[in-house]
Design a protein around this ligand. Structure first.
Ligand code: AMP
Length: 212
């Protein structure tokens, strides 16, 4: 099972991803974390992207595409990934589909955490005192929220069309969101199980017919 979680900065993507990782034994692939670690380690890429991240803009589709392929191609993570903060543009969503196809995988569920700008501002200011992230201040929070709103609109339509999208009320408490997300994942897993049984029964029927 591969999941995508998206929402504006401060929506609780990281917190909810960690909860899902623990409960369902998945791996969290946070492009934001990967990019921040490049900056922290002062790599060539880190130097190139630090000003982009610190100004609240998006890093190029190509850079993040390369980062995620390393994960998707790794057999240890096969069908066990929660994509946190990726994709953020329609191009990235297409790249993700192509990459998953290349490694014989797919997305099973897309969770969108919905929160207002007022909540985002409040949470980002709280997080700033805990995590000390350079891009967590009110002005940048507004900019990142607007960037998200603009770039995510086509993504939402894209995943809604393929019936993968579930919208979660990100204004609720952490525990309430945990419960809602668990319900969605469990029911999706139930469907996957039924489809598997159906295919299995179909194969069994063909074998019996063949034996007869
Ligand atoms: P996040 O931790 O997801 O809020 O991401 C922090 C910052 O990293 C964003 O504001 C972007 O500058 C950059 N970033 C993270 N993920 C992506 C992505 N998928 N595409 C482009 N830029 C990204």
């Amino acid at each position: 099972m591969n999941l995508v979680i998206f929402g504006p900065p401060g929506a609780g993507k990281g917190t909810q991803s960690k909860f899902i990782v623990n409960k369902y034994n998945l791996y969290q692939l946070s492009t934001g974390d990967l990019l921040r670690s490049e900056i922290k380690n002062k790599t060539e890429l880190g130097t190139k992207i630090s000003s982009i991240i610190n100004s609240g803009d998006l890093v190029s589709d190509e850079i993040v595409g390369n980062l995620i392929e390393k994960f998707i191609s790794n057999d240890n993570f096969k069908n066990k990934i929660i994509f946190d903060g990726y994709p953020r543009t329609l191009t990235q969503a297409n790249n993700l589909d192509n990459l998953l196809k290349k490694y014989n995988q797919k997305i099973d569920l897309v969770l969108k955490l919905s929160v207002s700008l007022a909540t985002v501002k409040k949470r980002i200011l709280e997080r700033r005192t805990q995590e000390n992230r350079a891009d967590d201040n009110e002005e940048l929070a507004i900019k990142r929220f607007n960037t998200y709103e603009k770039s995510s609109k086509p993504l939402i339509d894209y995943y809604a069309q393929s019936n993968l999208l579930k919208v979660v009320n990100g204004e609720a408490s952490i525990v309430e969101i945990n419960t809602e997300i668990s319900g969605l994942i469990d029911s999706m897993k139930g469907w996957l199980w039924m489809i598997k049984q159906y295919k299995y029964a179909g194969n069994l029927k063909s074998i019996i017919l063949w034996l007869e």
